[in-house]
Design a protein around this ligand. Structure first.
Ligand SMILES: [Zn+2]
Length: 389
């Protein structure tokens, strides 16, 4: 943890439901500062009891509250803050109750404010400032930047395939991008156009929105019975700790469409474990033969979540037809259906005729992720044949 004092203060503020929104504002503000400004704030939060004071029994608690109060005062606009008493700003008090009152007022002030705004692109959520290492912070930002490139490769491929659908097969008799669309999304008329439109929306979302990245990596910890909460997911906020706890197998997580929450997603343990920025064709072919194999690039994980947010995709539950084609027993009435994650399931989904128009490969987030990864691969290895199975 590079900014240890900021991390402690952030945890103190965000651990309660009421603090998640204030923590979000602070996180947005920190994300706009440069490294030396953040370091200066971290230094300012590094203090101990003044020598001229007798250290009270609740001394540790006072230090925690004061650190949180100082962080608030340095990052969050407080026009309605109470005037200093006795010449001392409220966040500089050494009184437990005064500090609690101040922090409580700031939490309320944050709830009255519109949600944080900023220049298009990602900002690091409170959970990042509380738990992530410096490496993880830069991995997240890099993954996001790479996702713009990855999505552009996918969009180019889909645009090319759209054109091919109009003009017919190219001279070579083979058009790898039209093939890619057909393999992963099926061959219904107008498919390439729909893929292109979805990726266009996804790319503009990534390029034009102010998007919060949450941290669900391995360093999230529970504090007593409480779990760190990220503002905006449902009533109590996202329980970031829970996401990482249930999800050793989670790359990233975005709130469901029905929640109405957008412009934010949490990066999970696998995102930070992943060594990949690029996936080769071989990996995807191996993955087609192995249901359990999930090879995902970091940028691909971002594209997957972004299609949820900006192109209205879901994780499509597989139909009986897909179960049949994979040789699986049908799920029981109470069983959850498998969702279309990974190459094997996505490929089977594309081959099946959707019984419900709302749940085809065109609606499936991971299909777009794989399509973009392969589009990038083909663009960089021009001439590599598409494997048709
Ligand atoms: Zn998903």
């Amino acid at each position: 943890m590079q900014y240890i004092n900021i991390a402690k203060a952030m945890e103190e503020i965000a651990i309660t439901d009421m603090g998640a929104i204030l923590a979000d504002h602070i996180a947005s503000s920190l994300s706009k500062k440069n490294r030396s400004q953040v370091e200066a704030i971290n230094q300012a939060l590094n203090f101990s009891f003044p020598l001229f004071r007798t250290r009270p029994i609740n001394g540790n608690r006072i230090l925690e509250l004061r650190r949180a109060a100082m962080l608030i005062s340095k990052t969050f606009e407080t026009p309605s803050a109470p005037l200093p008493r006795g010449g001392r700003a409220p966040h500089e008090s050494w009184d437990e109750q005064d500090l609690e009152v101040y922090i409580g007022q700031q939490k309320q002030a944050a709830e009255r404010k519109p949600k944080p705004a900023g220049a298009p692109g990602p900002y690091l959520g409170a959970s990042f400032w509380a738990y992530a290492t410096e490496d993880e912070r830069s991995t997240a930002i890099t993954g996001y930047r790479e996702s713009l490139e990855l999505c552009t490769f996918g969009l180019l491929a889909a645009t090319h395939a759209t054109r091919a659908a109009v003009t017919g097969p190219s001279q070579m008799g083979i058009d790898i991008y039209a093939d890619l669309v057909r393999i992963w999304f099926g061959s219904a008329p107008g498919t390439a156009e729909k893929v292109r439109d979805a990726l266009h929306k996804t790319l503009s979302g990534l390029k034009t929105r102010y998007i919060r990245l949450g941290y669900g990596g391995k360093n999230v910890r529970a504090v007593g019975a409480n779990t760190f909460k990220e503002a905006g997911f449902g009533d109590g906020g996202a329980k970031v700790g829970n996401i990482s706890a249930i999800g050793n197998g989670i790359f990233a997580y975005a709130p469901s469409k029905s929640s109405g929450v957008t412009d934010q997603f949490v990066l999970g343990k696998l995102f930070f474990d992943s060594q990949h920025t690029t996936i080769g064709l071989t990996n995807q072919i191996v993955a087609i033969d192995d249901e359990e194999k999930m090879d995902v690039t970091r940028s691909g994980a971002v594209v997957h979540e972004a299609t949820h947010m900006y192109a209205g995709t879901i994780d499509v539950p597989l139909s009986d037809a897909v179960y049949d084609s994979c040789g699986w027993e049908h799920p029981g009435v109470k069983d959850k259906r498998k969702l279309a994650y990974g190459a094997q399931r996505c490929l089977s989904l594309a081959k099946s005729t959707p019984t419900n128009a709302a749940q085809s490969a065109l609606d499936n987030a991971d299909t777009y992720r794989i399509f973009c990864e392969l589009a990038k691969y083909h663009r960089q290895h021009a001439g590599a044949p598409v494997v048709i199975r």
